[in-house]
Design a protein around this ligand. Structure first.
Ligand SMILES: Nc1ncnc2c1ncn2[C@@H]1O[C@H](COP(=O)(O)OP(=O)(O)OP(=O)(O)O)[C@@H](O)[C@H]1O
Ligand SMILES: [Mg+2]
Length: 251
């Protein structure tokens, strides 16, 4: 797949190729400006590649593809709707089931992210981490097969982020979704993923691919204490250092 923004002469991707297996958790690491968000926008069909194609289970992607779910860096909840109605929103738009069924589904996913008791609250009465969990529940309620996550926990403090990582892994292992997770954080990528890809600066594409053979289910203490974790971190840090060095302006 190749892509350049129409008003730019520089390609973001040339001959870029990526395949995720069903149920796989892929993390994508890369410096600012390397094209991570562009990649997710291409994968979601909001942008179209100029060459090549992108498919989900053999069918071309499109923004309204029912197999797709997104969670962005900011939760983007509707402030005038309750938490439950926010989660129900997509179901309502897609006319999936009766209002009563939609509410039951929304409640089910709120329970899954541990926020059932906040169902009737407006979003502004939730913490940042809770809002991000609502955004996750809202995506999951549409039962996507592929979940695209663009630095969903980047704005949160370390403790909340680590709790949400565990929650995400629990949900992922119980629902068996394919996840593409973008992050700047090497440790987060290793902790979550089956495979970590490092993106270089445009139009390099993937410069490194590292399989994460840490046992599952993972928990923060055991996984981080595993000597393999430190090795993986060092390897990925080296790969990123190479990308950053290539970023130096030519003199
Ligand atoms: N709409 C646009 N039109 C033209 N160029 C764009 C557009 N959006 C992004 N770019 C350029 O494409 C490149 C990749 O941007 P992108 O947002 O994908 O980076 P990113 O890896 O997500 O960065 P960050 O980590 O800062 O979010 C950047 O050089 C950016 O300036
Ligand atoms: Mg981005």
């Amino acid at each position: 797949m190749g892509f350049a923004y129409p008003d730019s002469r520089r390609s973001i991707f040339e001959k870029f190729s990526l395949e995720a297996l069903p149920g796989e958790f892929v993390a994508i690491l890369g410096p600012s400006g390397c094209g991570k968000s562009t990649l997710l926008n291409l994968l979601s069909g909001f942008l179209r590649p100029q060459s090549g194609h992108i498919t989900i289970d053999g069918a071309p992607v499109a923004p309204e593809h029912p197999a797709l779910g997104y969670v962005f860096q900011s939760p983007n909840l509707f402030p005038w709707l309750s938490v439950l109605e926010n989660v129900r929103f997509g179901l309502r738009m897609n006319s999936r089931g009766s209002p009563q069924e939609q509410r039951a589904i929304a409640l089910h996913f709120l329970r899954l992210v541990g926020l059932e008791e906040k169902a009737e609250e407006p979003p502004h009465r939730l913490s940042g981490g809770q809002r991000q969990r609502v955004a996750l529940a809202r995506s999951l309620a549409l039962e996507p097969r592929l979940l695209l996550m663009d630095e969903p926990f980047a704005a949160l403090d370390a403790m909340t982020r680590s709790a949400l990582n565990d929650e995400l892994l629990r949900i992922w292992s119980s629902l068996g979704k394919t996840v593409l997770f973008i992050t700047h954080d090497i440790d987060e990528a290793i902790y979550l993923a089956d495979r970590v890809l490092v993106l270089g600066l445009p139009p390099t594409g993937i410069t490194a691919e590292v399989t994460i053979d840490l046992p599952r289910p993972r928990d923060q203490r055991d996984t981080r204490a595993n000597p393999l974790f430190a090795q993986l971190r060092e390897r990925l840090a080296e790969k990123i250092a190479v990308v950053m060095t290539s970023n130096q302006p030519a003199t």
